[in-house]
Design a protein around this ligand. Structure first.
Ligand code: MF3
Ligand code: CO
Ligand code: CO
Length: 253
């Protein structure tokens, strides 16, 4: 199978995606109360790894293309793929995206949320709220016959109406027993453009929304993507399936 081929999953496979997705969502729920001032991103990682193993699952990020840890922890100006680190201690007012992907019975559940550490000013809360709403507006576009461009257009219109910007370099992706596969799901775009959605397609929607410029920069570790202007970036992610009459979110507890 060429990686650019969009696979249609069977009901059996979607049931497996639902189990992986549920575990992923439960893992985020488990980690949420640990997100407090004074905790290190490595402690969050280590608890995620322990919990995942205890649930007979595997952490897909660990060793994926050389990624060194089990989850991604993206703090403040980090757009995505932040690497957990013992020296990175959360402090009041930080925002942190935690992105988890357990593998259950060979299938991946990929979900993330941005948490506010302690208290943050209203404009930071607004960025986080708008980003979560962008995810749900994108999901609301998903149904048979809709186009991939409809998802990005809905997200981009909403984010930009607040003066925020949409990251271009990182996009949602097809997902199944493979972590990242076709199709790409951009979080920007034009209604009516792109491939048509069909029942059985499974992919992520994971908008990264920036306070300032949409431009990113890769740090020297080769993973950590930051905003070029070092302003804040937030992200939320779900794995979804196209159903006969709409959409199912697979990453629910
Ligand atoms: N979970 C991320 C995504 O949403 C991918 C992380 S890949 C890693 O696609 F190697 F950085 F872990
Ligand atoms: Co993810
Ligand atoms: Co993803």
């Amino acid at each position: 199978m060429k990686p650019e081929t969009i696979v249609i999953l069977s009901q059996r496979e979607i049931a497996k995606m639902r189990r992986a997705g549920s575990l992923a969502a439960q893992l985020l729920q488990h980690l949420e109360p640990l997100v407090q001032p004074g905790v290190s991103t490595l402690e969050l990682n280590d608890e995620a790894e322990r919990w995942t193993k205890a649930h007979n699952a595997k952490s897909a990020p660990l060793g994926y293309k050389g990624f060194p840890k089990s989850i991604c922890t993206s703090v403040n100006e980090v757009i995505c793929h932040g690497i957990p680190n013992a020296k990175q201690i959360l402090k009041d007012g930080d925002i942190i995206n935690i992105d988890v992907t357990p593998i259950v019975d060979g299938y991946h559940g990929d979900t993330s949320k941005t948490f506010i550490v302690g208290n943050a000013p209203p404009k930071v809360q607004k960025l986080v709220e708008v980003t979560e709403k962008c995810l749900y507006l994108g999901i609301a576009e998903v149904k048979p016959g809709a186009k991939i461009g409809d998802i990005g257009a809905a997200i981009q219109e909403y984010a930009e109406s607040f003066g925020f910007s949409v990251v271009r370099e990182f996009v949602g992706h097809g997902i199944s027993n493979v972590f990242h596969t076709a199709p790409d799901i951009p979080h920007f775009g034009v209604r009516g453009k792109g491939k048509k959605l069909r029942p059985g397609m499974v992919f992520t929607i994971e908008p990264m929304i920036n306070e300032g410029t949409h431009e990113s920069k890769m740090l020297a570790d080769g993973w950590t993507a930051v905003t070029r202007d070092r302003k804040l970036s937030a992200q939320f992610e779900h794995t979804v399936a196209v159903t006969e009459d709409g959409v199912e979110i697979l990453t629910l507890p």
